[in-house]
Design a binder for this molecule. Sequence first.
Ligand code: CP
Ligand code: NVA
Length: 310
Amino acid sequence: QTTLKGKDLLALYELTREEITEILKFAAELKQKQKEGIPHPLLAGKTLAMIFTKSSTRTRVSFEVAMYQLGGYPLFLNGQELQLGRGETIADTARVLSRYVDGIMIRTFAHSDVEELARYADVPVINGLTDLNHPCQILADFQTIIEHKGRLEGLKLAYVGDGNNVCHSLLNGCAKVGMHISVATPKGYEPDAEIVRKAMADARLSGAVVEILEDPCQAVKDADVIYTDVWASMGQEAEHAERLKIFRPYQVNSDLVKRARPDYLFMHCLPAHRGEEVAAEVIDGPNSVVFDEAENRLHAQKAVLALTMG
Ligand code: CP
Ligand code: NVA
């Protein structure tokens, strides 16, 4: 019997290590079933509302396909077209949607909006990315690392670039599962202090080492995984030109990756900007697993949906 039934997935720091392991194990089973053509209609008759106030390719498509493959129905809702966009409260939206659907996935700006939605909804709420974190991405990333390396615990992941939502979820996820994480960001672009505090607390229990650095060379030294993300996230478009200059020394290129283990994995949540945060030779090179990550969004989220809404 899962402890995830009826639960929200807002941030990885709210899950136990056992719950993360359970999701990853079930994701692998569901992926196998899908590949073998074995039907698995675990959410037959159930509906997922998906609210987006930011752009998306992977999250939107993988959640829609996930619900279809689980025998349920996905409802795409553009946040700006809902009454929410005209001032209806989050609380009323949550209470109304809970009368129609069995789960809500939301991608938006403020994490506190998603927490408020979850507080008033009677159905599970899944975070499809906020300014603070991106838990579904990191579950798919962990599934990908296990596929290529056979484990998570004891590996070293280096995150190079902006201390953003993806960086935050990596910090919290690695700390939970016992994977060492070294983050290198320019001064002023470090991860959120409260996120780091939570990661350090979880790391003490799991045995993970959490390092917050400025030097990308030091971070990638002997890394098993090198991860980067865009330098300007959604909502930061106006800062793009300024960030290009500040982040230039943080590009993941063939020079930087030499310091990692020879069998390192290159990871990126996508969308990527070749020539900015990553050089084409790295993201399109033999160590890159970025499309496995993208694929695993589908399988990892099917596990989350089935376990929370099933
Ligand atoms: N990685 C990710 O969440 O991609 P989208 O923005 O395309 O959903
Ligand atoms: N940090 C990026 C991730 C996109 C999937 C953003 O928030 O835009």
